[in-house]
Ligand binder design. Sequence first.
Ligand SMILES: Cc1cc2nc3c(=O)[nH]c(=O)nc-3n(C[C@H](O)[C@H](O)[C@H](O)COP(=O)(O)O)c2cc1C
Length: 192
Amino acid sequence: MKKILVVLGGGRPNGNTKQLADAFIKGAAKAGHQTELISLNKLHVNGCTGCNACRYGKPCVQKDDFNSLIPKIKETDLIVFASPLYFWTISSKIKAFIERFYCIAEKDEHPPLGRYEKYPVRDCALLMTSADNFFWTFEQAVSYYQFTLVNYIGFHDKGMLLAGGCGDTNGKPQISQTDYLEQAFTFGRCIY
Ligand SMILES: Cc1cc2nc3c(=O)[nH]c(=O)nc-3n(C[C@H](O)[C@H](O)[C@H](O)COP(=O)(O)O)c2cc1C
């Protein structure tokens, strides 16, 4: 049994992305894992301000909801980032959440090439939805995920599900007309 934290970065309350996250969670729960969904729509998580107080032994100066998420991040085995595609990348809510990882970094005397500090090592996965469905639709989001979460922070990639062609937000969510919910269930069931 693994602990899985699904971080939903915006989107409509029962939109494509929430449905995709729910299907993943159902699959993971079926496999016996402990799951929790956190909706950043319901929390207040600012981006980092770069004050660097955390580099001098102080907790983050921002007293927002990120502080209550730190224990969850440290205890979980897997963080699943679930986001609608906004302007060809992850939503600003997910970006702000990731920026705040800066305050949980620790000093690393011998960091690997290209990294300056040590982060809690976790597994990660990416779930995304979009209106378009071109071969390049998710390119920037995937690039960000790989550069930041996998290469820099050092998380272990467990895979991604990129659900293109789910309709725009000027209409009802259309993901149920695709087979992505089934794929997300299987992804969750087989994640470990
Ligand atoms: C602000 C905004 C920006 C968007 N940018 C893109 C985009 O760059 N490419 C795309 O294919 N869809 C884009 N979309 C459409 C959404 O990604 C798509 O409808 C998604 O499935 C919505 O997720 P939700 O149903 O969870 O809200 C955008 C929607 C909004 C509201």
